[in-house]
Design a protein around this ligand. Structure first.
Ligand code: AMP
Ligand code: ZN
Length: 472
């Protein structure tokens, strides 16, 4: 497949480093609050990528961290630890908050058919790994102590801004967010590897280290956890586009300085879900969650479908109207699938042809909207029902929309409605006579039959499946 690589800013043919295993890493959630549906857009698209790689026959090992320490309110190492903020807000301990929101995150993932990564590692589990990396960076001359914290010295790098051509001013997070600059930094983009005496509020979770009691910075977590579980190289590192700077830029700086060689081949960044009036944020009071969608009567898979209709490298705008349109399109698709009778034997050659069409779309930088089009094409294909349904089931291993199960539920509901319908041969004969009259353009006769039935307390309801009746 061709996949866009943020590092080269080009679509590149995906070839894994080791043919037997694709190594994939995902920046996980900061568990101080519920995930908003923007965060979940990123996880949905990463899930599709993982499933598509498996669909292509690769073995995948996917690792995700859970950030339960060290992510400060500003990505530029300033402000309060987000976890501490969450704990204070809810009058709980940091660990209680971490457990509650980790569970809530995986519950949201379950509802959205997002597979749990093979390894899920909370940041607080790997403190010794970070200490080892930070010590090595200091020994190699990349780390320095100042004001009690350990910093990474970005001036030691040949190239720091690996992802973009923005000017340094735009990328100065501290200045951008109007937060006081950290005077201990030698260079404005230096970042904290290990906090001891933070000038910010006291931290609930602390560990002993060669530099004093403290806690790790956010970026070092992803380096430590990925090296622990995936080794010294990896194929794909994923995250939302806002992670590209400073988080991923800093991850690369410290990981490659520590390893002494290139670390990640592909950087996969999912662009943002925005509301009509701008960025989605957790700090703006009530925010959009999966539970909120459910409370308004939406199936979470309609949200997944909505995300798949767009391309992961384009911003997506969330409005209720857009979601309603996605719900209508999803329902229509399920109805079409429900209308296919599973007759015949699966025709292997015809199925392979349909699969090739699906792969063509998905191979083009994970074009999920073409993936959905391939489902519609399969339903229209000139082959038997069993083959068409087999294609839908096959593509849905990647799309994760529960298409076959949802269609089966629809068929079941229709069977039940049919079973509950009262049958009366005389009334049904009258309905058939009316249909025949309409077909013969004898509308007077058709109306006469309708009136006669009405006089007997029977109302005719015309539906796409033909006329039905009920007692008034
Ligand atoms: P966080 O829990 O804040 O660490 O974020 C979890 C993931 O969601 C990260 O990969 C972010 O890059 C991503 N993310 C944050 N905001 C959005 C958004 N509005 N749309 C899509 N992804 C987002
Ligand atoms: Zn990360």
């Amino acid at each position: 497949m061709y996949l866009y690589n943020s590092l080269s800013r080009k679509k590149e043919l995906f070839v894994p480093n080791h043919p037997e295993l694709v190594k994939m890493y995902t920046c996980g959630p900061t568990v101080y609050h519920y995930a908003h549906i923007g965060n979940l857009r990123t996880y949905i698209m990463e899930d599709v990528l993982e499933k598509y790689l498996r669909y292509l026959g690769y073995n995948v090992k996917r690792v995700m961290n859970i950030t339960d320490v060290g992510h400060l309110s500003s990505d530029g190492d300033t402000g309060e630890d987000k976890m501490l903020k969450g704990a204070k807000r809810e009058h709980k301990t940091v660990m209680e908050i971490a457990k509650m929101y980790t569970d809530a995150f995986f519950e949201d993932c379950r509802k959205l058919n997002i597979k749990r990564p093979d390894v899920v590692e909370p940041a607080t589990n790997c403190i010794q790994d970070y200490i080892h990396i930070v010590q090595t960076l200091i020994d190699k001359g990349y780390g320095y102590l100042a004001g009690g914290n350990v910093y990474f010295d970005t001036s030691k790098l040949e190239r720091y801004y690996v992802f973009n051509d923005f000017n340094a001013e735009d990328l100065d997070v501290g200045v951008r967010e109007g937060v006081e600059e950290d005077v201990n930094k030698r260079n404005k983009n230096d970042f904290v590897l290990w906090f001891t005496q933070s000038k910010f509020e006291d931290q609930a979770l602390k560990w002993d280290s060669p530099w004093g009691v403290g806690y790790p910075g956010w970026h070092i977590e992803c380096t430590g956890i990925s090296l622990k579980h995936l080794g010294e190289d990896m194929d794909i590192h994923c995250g939302g586009i806002d992670n590209a700077f400073p988080h991923h830029t800093n991850e690369i700086a410290q990981s490659e300085s520590y390893l002494g060689h290139k670390w990640v081949n592909f950087w996969f960044h999912v662009h943002h879900l925005n509301t009509a009036d701008g960025k989605m944020s957790k700090s703006k009071g009530e925010f959009l969650t999966v539970s909120l969608l459910e409370s308004k009567g939406y199936d979470p898979l309609v949200y997944r479908f909505f995300c798949l209709q767009g391309h992961y490298r384009k911003n997506l705008v969330f409005t209720w109207e857009n979601l309603d349109n996605a719900a209508a399109a999803y329902n229509k698709l399920v109805e079409k699938i429900a209308a296919v009778e599973p007759e015949g034997e699966v025709d292997a050659a015809a199925l392979e042809e349909l699969r090739a069409r699906f792969r063509k779309g998905m191979d083009a930088d994970l074009n999920t909207s073409l993936g959905i089009t391939a489902v519609l094409d399969a339903l229209k294909a000139k082959t038997n029902g069993a083959t068409r349904l087999a294609a839908v089931a096959d593509f849905d291993k990647v799309l994760g929309l529960d298409l076959i199960a949802a269609a089966e539920r629809k068929r079941e509901a229709a069977r039940k409605a049919e079973a509950e319908t009262e049958h009366d041969p005389e009334i049904e004969a009258a309905l058939a006579a009316r249909t025949a009259a309409k077909k013969a353009k004898n509308f007077a006769e058709a109306d006469r039959i309708r009136d006669e039935l009405k006089a007997r307390g029977i109302e005719i309801i015309d539906t796409p499946q033909g006329p039905k009746w009920k007692r008034i």
